[in-house]
Design a protein around this ligand. Sequence first.
Ligand code: SF4
Length: 403
Amino acid sequence: MKLSRLPPLSLYVHLPWCIRKCPYCDFNSHEQRGEIPEGEYVDALVADLEASLPDVWGRRLHTMFLGGGTPSLFAPESIERLVTAVRTRMSVDPGTEITMEANPGTFEMERFRGFRAAGVNRLSIGVQSFDDAKLAALGRVHGAGEARRALEAALAIFPRVNADLMYALPGQRLEEAVADVREAVAHGVTHVSAYHLALEPDTHFARFPPQLPSDDESADMQEAIEEELAGAGFEHYETSAFARPGERALHNVNYWTFGDYVGLGAGAHGKISFRDRITRTERARKPVTYMREALAGEAHRAVRVVSEGELPFEFMLNALRLVGGFPAALFEERTGLSIQALSRELGEAESAGLIERDATHIRPTRRGERFLNDLTALFLPGERAARRTIPISTSPPGTARHS
Ligand code: SF4
């Protein structure tokens, strides 16, 4: 393979601790027991960054994302040390998007100001719902009042604020799902991420499933949420993402357009392109193991070259999440492969009414959006395509689904 040019480069940093594990969460998050070893963890991240730099020499940083876990459990001083370490070691423009996830449960006005002073310019708040009963059913540590106060505080301090919401919650009615969205919009957020609650394997909810709305009810909720946000001037640009004009999450758009990202922190994944290959990296999931390895200069242990056979599926898994689709030329630019090699799969998808395309552009239809798993499965390499379904939850790390 040969890439004509390298894609934009982002940085994802995983801060893996939470106050309590939510029963639906399949992220690499760990309940905080005692003090978080913030100083040592930031030292490990910096060592990991330095060991990663030779792979990305000379490349400008497009975006940075501090995800978790609950990054807002870290003190502003630790976040500042981390952001400064990145700025002094990489090429970063002053206005570069730096997003941080925060939970209303750890809300402190002082901290938000400190995070802003540290250089964070976009805050993503895990609201989930403004209904106390629904938050309790989700096992969240915060209530609706804290969610409201956190949004108000964030909007007074940060120029860009995302609210993470979830719908199809236990016992939820359509009007309640829409009311949550309406309230987030009324606060003045610039971006909304609305995630369908899914029962992920190996979670408490998978073992003890709550009573959830049916598929049809969930689909109706999704449609009503989309209408509500469209009416409020939000553009629906990705499966779960809605933005006011000019407010798309550039970091996540880089994932969805198959861009590159260095992934630092426990369990973080990365994707780095070179002219002749694309690699995937992975860090140890357990924080203590990660810290030990990173401080010894060995965090980089799992590096895999993505085979040509896997590239079409990996690209489509991301790009077909974009409501507007993608230019056909982007496939070639990002994978080094010709789109012609996919003519059979694209033809099948078109016949099934899952995509529409012209000579230069490919986009999912409404049906394709609804059956995204089936659509992306068409691009699995070889015979696996016939028998495997890929859950939407295989979205890249940092695509904050529900922190
Ligand atoms: S959903 Fe978010 S807050 Fe809850 S355990 Fe997972 S990462 Fe932590």
